[in-house]
Write a protein that binds this ligand. Structure first.
Ligand code: NAD
Ligand code: UGA
Length: 457
C-alpha cells in the first residue's frame, strides 16, 4: 500500500486521481490544493468542475481511499508518490512574457516538497504540462539540500480532454511515463506503471526517457491544434468557391494516412492548453536557436485568431455593417461542449469584438454562465446572461452558435425565428445545425466553409 498524493485539485488532478483511486483500492490517494474553496467543493456534491461521469466516480471513492485536503505540508510528509498537477500558465511578465511558461508555482511546489518530505524514498511525478527539461529543475531543487530522502523525478503527462475526461482516463490511448536510466529511475517508473496496470493494458504503457515524455506532451497538443488550424484555414476558400468543408473534411479524412478525427471546422480552438502549449513550444524552439521552427508553430495560433476574427467579420458585414444596438444571442460560451470551462474560449474574443461594435449580447450556455460572468465582468456594454436559450434569442437580430452543445440541435427553431427581429440571421460557428431547415423557416444562414443560404440576395 502506498500513500499517493496529488498537488493541484483542478481539471487534471481531480478526475485523474478519482480514477486511480477507483482502480487501486489498496492505495490511499489524497488531493491537496492551496485553494480552500476548491477543496470544500470537492468534498461536497457540488464539484468545482463539470465533467460527465465524474460525480459518480467521486461518490464511489471519496472517504474510501480518496481524500481532499488543504493541509499540504502534512500530506507531503506522509506521501510516497507525489503527483504534481498544478497549473503551468503562460508567463505574463519579464523575459518570455506571453510565450514562455511561468514556472514560479512549479518551483514553489518543489520547495514545499523539499521542506516537508519525511519518507526515505519519494517519487515525484510531473503530471502538469511543462517545457522540455523542466523535470531537471525540479530535480535540482529537490537535491539542493542535504536530506534523508532519496527523490526520483519522473514525467507522466496527461492526455485527457475535457468533456470526455472520465472516458479518456478509463480507456486511454496510451499512458506515457518518462524517467532516468538509473536503477532507481527505472524502479520509480515501474512503480507508477504498476498503478496504471490495474486497468490499462501493459502494451499501452510506454516507458521513455524523461525528455521524450515531456516533449511528446507539448508536441501532441501542437499537432492536434495544427490539424484544426489546417482545416479552418480552408473554410475561407470554401466559402468563396462553393466547395463544402464538410464534404472536403470527409473526403480527406477517409485517407487512412490523414485520419478523420480533429478535422471539424470551427470558429477556432479554445481551452487552457492548445494556445499555451504551442506558444511554449515555439518559445523553446526560439530559445534553442530555431526561429524558423518557432515561426512555423506560431502560425498555428495566428490562424486560430484569424478564424475567430473572420467569423466576426461575417457577422458584421452580413448585417449591413452595423451592429450598434442590435441584440445578438450567443449560443454557448464554453470552449467545447460538456464542460463549464471557458478558459481561452473563442466566445470571449467574439463577444469583445461584438461589444466593440456596440452590439448587445445575450449569452446562453448550459454549464458555463458562471464562468462567462467572471470573464466578462470588466467589459462595458449591453450584456445579459440567460440560462434559457429561447429567452436569449427573443428580439435578437442574430443567433450565433459558438459551442456545439447537443441540446442546441433539439430546439424549436420555428419558435425561435418567430420571436426574433427580422431579417433574422444564424451564424453557425461549428456547422452544428440543420442549415437547410433553418433557411426554409426563414433564417439567413451563415455556416462555416459553405455558401451562405440567404433570402436577402
Ligand atoms: P487547474 O487550474 O484546473 O488546476 C490547477 C490547481 O492547482 C488549481 O486548483 C490551483 O489552485 C492549484 N495550485 C496551484 N499552485 C499550487 C500550489 N503551489 N500548491 C497547491 N495547489 C496549487 O489546471 P488544470 O487544467 O488541471 O491543468 C493542470 C496542468 O495539467 C497544466 O499544466 C495543464 O497544461 C495540464 N493539462 C491540462 C488538461 C486539461 O484538460 N485541463 C489536460 C492535460 C494536461
Ligand atoms: C486537448 C487535447 O485533446 C488533450 O489530449 C490534452 O490532454 C488537453 O488538450 C490538454 O493538454 O489540456 P481539450 O482542450 O480539453 O483537450 O479538448 P479538445 O477536444 O482537444 O478541444 C480543444 C478545442 O479544439 C475545443 O475548442 C474544440 O472545440 C476545438 N476543436 C476540436 C475543433 O475546433 N475542431 C476539432 O475537430 C476538434
Amino acid at each position: 500500500m502506498a500513500n499517493v498524493l496529488c498537488i493541484g485539485a483542478g481539471y487534471v488532478g481531480g478526475p485523474t486521481m478519482a480514477v486511480i483511486a477507483k482502480y487501486c483500492p489498496e492505495h490511499q490517494i489524497t488531493i491537496v490544493d492551496i485553494n480552500p474553496e476548491r477543496i470544500a467543493q470537492w468534498n461536497s456534491d457540488d464539484l468545482p468542475i463539470y465533467e460527465p461521469g465524474l460525480l459518480d466516480v467521486v461518490q464511489e471513492v471519496r472517504g474510501r481511499n480518496l481524500f481532499f485536503s488543504t493541509d499540504i505540508d502534512k500530506k507531503i510528509r506522509e506521501a510516497d508518490i507525489i503527483f504534481v498537477a498544478i497549473n503551468t500558465p503562460t508567463k505574463t511578465y519579464g523575459e518570455g512574457a506571453g510565450r514562455g511558461t511561468d514556472l514560479q508555482y512549479w518551483e514553489q511546489t518543489a520547495r514545499a516538497i523539499l521542506a516537508n518530505t519525511q519518507k526515505k524514498n519519494v517519487i515525484v511525478v510531473e503530471k502538469s504540462t511543462l517545457p522540455v527539461r523542466a523535470s531537471a529543475a525540479m530535480d535540482r531543487i529537490l537535491h539542493s539540500e542535504q536530506t534523508n530522502t532519496q527523490f526520483e523525478v519522473i514525467s507522466n503527462p496527461e492526455f485527457l480532454a475535457e468533456g470526455t475526461a472520465i472516458k479518456d482516463l478509463n480507456d486511454p490511448d496510451r499512458v506515457l511515463i518518462g524517467g532516468s536510466d538509473t536503477e532507481s529511475g527505472k524502479k520509480a517508473c515501474q512503480t507508477v506503471a504498476d498503478l496504471y496496470a490495474h486497468w490499462v493494458p501493459r502494451e499501452k504503457i510506454l516507458l521513455t526517457n524523461v525528455w521524450s515524455s515531456e516533449l511528446s506532451k507539448l508536441f501532441a497538443n501542437a499537432m492536434l491544434a495544427q490539424r484544426i488550424s489546417s482545416i479552418n484555414s480552408i473554410t475561407a476558400l470554401c466559402e468563396k468557391t462553393g466547395a463544402d468543408i464538410t464534404e472536403v473534411s470527409h473526403a480527406i479524412g477517409m485517407d487512412q494516412r490523414i485520419g478523420s478525427q480533429f478535422l471539424q471546422a470551427s470558429i477556432g480552438f479554445g481551452g487552457s492548453c492548445f494556445r499555451k502549449d504551442i506558444l511554449h513550444l515555439a518559445y523553446l524552439c526560439e530559445h534553442y536557436g530555431f526561429p524558423e521552427v518557432a515561426e512555423y508553430w506560431d502560425s498555428v495560433v495566428r490562424m486560430n485568431e484569424y478564424q475567430t476574427s473572420r467569423f466576426f467579420k461575417t457577422i458584421l458585414t452580413s448585417q449591413f455593417n452595423s451592429l450598434a444596438g442590435k441584440k445578438n444571442a450567443i449560443f454557448g460560451f464554453a470552449f467545447k461542449p460538456d464542460t463549464g470551462d471557458t478558459r481561452d474560449t473563442p466566445a470571449l474574443l467574439l463577444c469583445q469584438k461584438l461589444l466593440g461594435e456596440h452590439a448587445a449580447i445575450s449569452i446562453t450556455d448550459p454549464k458555463a454562465l458562471k464562468n462567462a460572468k467572471i470573464d466578462l465582468a470588466d467589459m462595458e456594454g449591453d450584456i445579459t446572461f440567460e440560462p434559457d436559450p429561447y429567452k436569449a434569442a427573443e428580439g435578437a437580430h442574430s443567433l450565433v452558435l459558438v459551442t456545439h452543445w447537443e441540446e442546441y440541435r433539439q430546439l424549436d427553431y420555428q419558435r425561435i425565428f418567430e420571436s426574433m427581429a427580422k431579417p433574422a440571421f444564424v451564424y453557425d460557428g461549428r456547422n452544428h445545425l440543420d442549415h437547410q431547415k433553418l433557411f426554409e423557416i426563414g433564417f439567413n444562414v451563415f455556416p462555416l466553409g459553405k455558401l451562405p443560404l440567404s433570402h436577402l440576395e
